[in-house]
Design a protein around this ligand. Structure first.
Ligand code: ATP
Ligand code: MG
Length: 568
């Protein structure tokens, strides 16, 4: 596959790479990486970065994308996260092959680089307290002050740094800092910390180390060690680029990758920050990282989103250098588009109302034929049992139908999908509450399949199930976790729950679904006719306990937005 075939959309990053290839920079190699920190589950924002990095590599002959766990903080990182990240990347459809790395694999090399920096007089051990360090740093408008330890002799720095590694000092007593410029307008260049003492067990290196490198130092050197050509990251690292380059320049490494920043994904109604997502999990606002309301890949998967839909969405939004908020309706649009062709249609009644067909023989059961997906004849047909007692949706009946309500009402005829015309002849109510509990109807045997021979038209069509044959199911209806439509990242934290939607989950426990769903595979997706897309819950579903999550309703709000945009 050539580059032009694979990448119809050309963005500024792909342009840079195309230029580099023209001038044979990097000897024509394209090596990218996806560098998650294993301190949480991946979210839809990470999907953008994964599609970009793995996508670019796949578009070039010999292109490579490494998966590198950026595991330099022993306190927040866990094996659970490493495993989930691998699962999620594979699920999205990308493969790192044998290119799986950990920054912790380079701890010894990084330590040697730090020694080298000390030896050339570009790093020193600083013994200011955290508080003092902050005071010395200055502000955006005021320059910082040199640390009194800045001019420690090289020998002393070496001895102290070796002592730090050997575990001679407590956490926080010393740090190793780069010696750059305390007056730099870029705060990142004001002698940033490159190593700190952390007497903590690391999930891979155990207790081998009690000093850990900081992100800025570890990241550029890990990129360089792996021969990365284009180190693609989000815009918040723009001000770290001078530091990225500084380390590589001082250390005279063979490979100096180019850092390129792009705008992170922000989604309306959605928080995309691992820290805040962790808070939601820890405070039990949701039922874990894979709660179907979460924007994590595991949550979206459990909700019924498909990798194809997410990849199409990522391709559509593209990459740019300016921050913006993407309407979540666009993501939903791609999910509906994909599920429309993929999901078999079935009938399920979420809020059942009993219907007795008075003129239908008591013990008769018919097998009616229904297509599985009108979008795809190859998906075949199935048979649905029809009998005298049925359920329809409570919403599909009104005793006093308002104008434009075309569904069932006393004396009115409607179509039962794939079945017959029925007409409501009597309404049974609960004597105490006055609530409608049962309808009596008659059916027209001449309308089998749902079509009348005499050309008689009805305006309403309802879905239904046979009472005796249907199966009890639980259905979970989800809404946005955040009521605010702008990106809620800034607003929602431990101290601000105001934007959390308290009605984001509704559980319906007396739903009735057609019998074919007994054989559903956990995780499989369906369109419940007229209701939306649903999937068998990957955790709780079994043939004895049918549990479905509503992925999305059928209403495509994005299509509406687009239509409105076209008009203006
Ligand atoms: P978070 O902000 O959720 O805590 P992070 O940047 O700390 O994310 P990392 O594990 O460091 O998480 O991210 C791995 C990669 O994913 C980085 O290259 C980062 O730039 C990218 N990334 C993270 N969030 C987004 C986003 N919203 N849109 C695009 N890329 C993202
Ligand atoms: Mg990060």
């Amino acid at each position: 596959m050539t580059a032009s075939e694979a990448s119809p959309s050309v963005d500024f990053i792909r342009n840079i790479i195309a230029e580099d290839l023209k001038t044979n920079k990097n000897n024509g190699r394209v090596v990218t990486r996806f560098p998650p920190e294993p301190n949480g589950y991946l979210h839809i924002g990470h999907a953008k970065s994964i599609c970009l990095n793995f996508g670019i590599a796949s578009e070039h002959k010999g292109g490579i994308c490494n998966l590198r766990f950026d595991d330099t903080n022993p306190c927040k990182e866990e094996v659970e996260y490493v495993d989930s990240i691998k699962t999620d990347i594979r699920w999205l459809g990308f493969d790192w092959g044998d290119r799986l790395f950990y920054t912790s694999d380079y701890f010894e090399k990084l330590y040697q680089y730090a020694l080298q920096l000390i030896k050339i007089g570009k790093a020193y051990v600083c013994s200011l307290s955290d508080q003092e360090t902050r005071e010395y740093r200055g502000t955006l408008t005021e320059p910082g002050k040199n640390s009194p330890y800045r001019n420690r002799p090289i020998e002393e720095n070496l001895a102290l740094f070796e002592g730090m590694r050997a575990g001679k000092f407590e956490d926080g007593l010393h740090v190793l800092r780069a010696k750059i410029d305390m007056a730099s307008p870029n705060l990142n260049m004001r002698d940033p910390t490159i190593y700190r003492i952390r007497c903590a067990e690391h999930h891979r290196t155990g207790n081998t180390w009690c000093i850990y490198p900081m992100y800025d130092f570890a990241h550029c050197l890990s990129d360089s060690i792996e021969g990365i050509t284009h180190s693609i990251c989000t815009l918040e690292f723009e001000n770290n680029r001078p530091l990225y380059d500084w380390f590589l320049d001082q250390l005279k490494v063979d490979c100096h990758p180019q850092q390129i920043e792009f705008a992170r994904l922000n989604l309306s109604h959605t928080v995309l920050s691992k820290r805040k997502l962790l808070e939601l999990v820890e405070q039990k606002q949701v039922n874990g990282w894979d709660d179907p309301r979460m924007p994590t890949l595991s949550g979206l998967r459990r909700r019924g989103y498909t990798p194809e839909a997410i990849r199409n969405f990522c391709e559509r939004i593209g990459v740019a250098k300016r921050d913006s908020i993407v309407d979540i309706a666009l993501l939903e649009h791609y999910v509906r588009e994909d599920l429309n062709i993929r999901a078999p249609r079935v009938m399920a009644v979420l809020r059942p109302l009993r219907v007795v067909i008075d003129n239908y023989p008591e013990d008769q059961v018919e097998e009616l034929v229904a297509e599985n997906n009108p979008e795809d004849p190859d998906m075949g047909i199935r048979k649905i049992p029809f009998s005298r007692v049925l359920y329809i949706e409570q919403d599909d009946f009104r005793e006093d139908p308002p104008k434009k309500f075309f569904r069932l009402a006393p004396g009115r005829e409607i179509r039962l999908k794939h079945a017959y015309y029925i007409k409501c002849v009597r309404v049974v109510k609960d004597e105490q509450t006055g609530q409608v509990i049962e309808l009596h109807c008659t059916y027209d045997p001449e309308t089998r399949g749902g079509w009348s021979q005499d050309g008689r038209k009805v305006r309403g069509t309802s879905h239904w199930v046979s009472a005796a044959h249907s199966l009890l199911a639980q259905v979970r209806i989800y809404d946005y976790l955040f009521v605010k439509s702008e990106s809620s990242d800034e607003k929602v934290g431990s101290d601000d729950k105001a934007y959390i939607n308290s009605n984001s989950l509704e559980t319906l426990t007396s739903c009735r679904v057609e019998p074919s769903l007994a054989n559903a595979a956990s995780g499989s997706c369906y369109q419940f006719l007229r209701q939306g897309y649903f999937c068998a819950d990957s955790v709780d579903f079994s043939s004895e306990n049918l549990v479905f999550n509503r992925t999305l309703s059928l209403r495509d709000t994005w299509a509406k937005i687009e239509k409105a945009q076209k008009k203006t």
